[in-house]
Design a protein around this ligand. Sequence first.
Ligand SMILES: Nc1ncnc2c1ncn2[C@@H]1O[C@H](COP(=O)(O)OP(=O)(O)OP(=O)(O)O)[C@@H](O)[C@H]1O
Length: 635
Amino acid sequence: MTQKHSFQAEVAQLLHLVTHSLYSNKEIFLRELVSNASDACDKLRFEALNHPELYEDAPTLEVRVSFDKEARTLTIADNGIGMSQQEAIDNLGTIAKSGTREFVSRLSGDQKADTQLIGQFGVGFYSGFIVADRITVESRRAGLPPEEGVRWVSAGAGDFEVETITRPQRGTSVTLHLRDDALDYLSTWRLKSIIGKYSDHISLPILMRKEEWKEGEEEGKAGEHVLSDEWETVNQATALWSRNKKDITPEQYREFYKAISHDYEDPLAWSHNRVEGSTEYTQLLFVPSRAPFDLWNREKAAGVKLYVKRVFIMDEAEALLPAYLRFVKGVVDSADLPLNVSRELLQESRDVKAIREGNTRRVLQMLEDLAKTEKDEAASDEDKGRYAKFWSEFGAVLKEGLGEDFANRDRLAKLLRFASTQSDGVSVSLADYKARMKEGQEAIYYIAADTQAAAASSPQLEIFRKKGIEVLYMTDRVDEWAMSYLTEFDGTPLQSVAKGQVDLGKLQDEAEKKAAEEAAESFKPVLAKLKEALKDKAQDVRVTTRLVDSPACLVVNEGGMSLQLARLLKQAGQKAPETKPVLEVNAAHPLVRKLEGSPNFNDLAHILFDQALLAEGGLPEDPAAYVKRVNALLS
Ligand SMILES: Nc1ncnc2c1ncn2[C@@H]1O[C@H](COP(=O)(O)OP(=O)(O)OP(=O)(O)O)[C@@H](O)[C@H]1O
């Protein structure tokens, strides 16, 4: 008896996209289905560690790819874990992974944008519908009796049908009923070449029927290739990472990366090593070229798969890399961990700790190499641009490492890049900055703001501009938090220009200092009045030398949380300490001079404060009152 089921809405949406736009290279459907078959075998091998009876009478795991020209079908069959009827309904009719669901919910309906997005994702099983107008899946879960097999059929529209079948062999076969424009896949040569390209690294044998040359029977009739009953292995069938580095081509590394990451772009860099010593393992790690849409989710699945002696143990083994390197993809194959290792155990294992440290060092090494190439005269333009590309995609995540990975903080600091008052591009390293520091300059200055434009026009910068001192712009959300962990670079302190008093030290000449002191002295009575008028808003009011064109600005005390960070925290619904800022005034500014003896002193004082807040990216506490005061003065 067949039962009809509807696809979950998200699946229907995904299928629509698959069948209506997707993929300039259709052939990846084979990679996806072979990869599912291989995963199913991995799962069986894993479960059979404790239940060897699951192997039944077929202990050799394999994938078979075959086709039937007459029926126009292509079949990918495996003897892996298989599916029960309920599993087929669940796995092939709904999207279980929350990440994938979220991804689908982001599809905009704009085909071009969606195709881009989906390229980052891989549609797995559903990619079969790129080439098929109907798919039949027959399966039986290992351990269930033959009568509890299942047949699942769908034309890829809104629904699918399932029925119970008897299936003596365990595992799954996926049969694609090819569309008219996909009949070229009914060719041994074609399929072999696709498997060679995408699935060579799969550690299981992929078998296809051998082809034989048959002479034409009648006089004058040409011979042809016919399929024999003999099967042959058409891939290398050894896990790519277990092969010798020198036997692997760059092309093979790239394809391997695409297969494990579902990315359609080449990786930016990779590193493949066999690590020996007290903990033995192989690592093959990739840096992608493009950030995934959910990079910001720190809970997001980590990208490293764990194997133990070639046996697949788990995807997304977050213990193998720190969270700030969650963009890295790859494989770790340990020789020491027990096969039954669990996630909980991983967290505590000393071997895993050693692997995590080793992986971290490797990734940093890869990034340092990319950064080095940036300045290498002999490198191609493309190679030179790789680090900048990396930085624009992943720089903000890497910065989290400053607060997370103290042991590598110095290495991370060297990898940072910023825009600055002297560079629009985000390309200034702290070492570049130091090399350009003015004589007598004692700190690396930076300013944090929401955007580069806001940073560039900030009043706090005025004196630095005037003196030609470079200031770094920090415009990533994580910057302030990250910078709180980086107080110095190579012996030079980092100093926010919006915190504490400006002390340009040797950069300020004696005459300037003296003039400032005198101005401050004569301004004292006004200052006292200002403090009184603003006592609910400002912690203190003082005269500053940092302003040139602006009348006033707000700063926080050294060690205090910046106003910008406090705002970000509030926006994110978190508690921020209520720190009152310090109002700094430019005693030489006409507006400030006007204060003395003004009948509107109180209004002017509040306007001065609120404007400083606006200039800094904040909003007056009572915007309407601010507008009223300004209007009163204007009219
Ligand atoms: N050959 C197979 N044998 C057993 N189960 C399968 C097979 N193919 C697919 N499945 C099941 O169907 C589910 C959905 O497959 P699909 O390819 O859409 O996503 P996935 O493999 O989970 O994710 P991804 O392709 O992104 O790795 C799989 O998780 C698996 O449980």
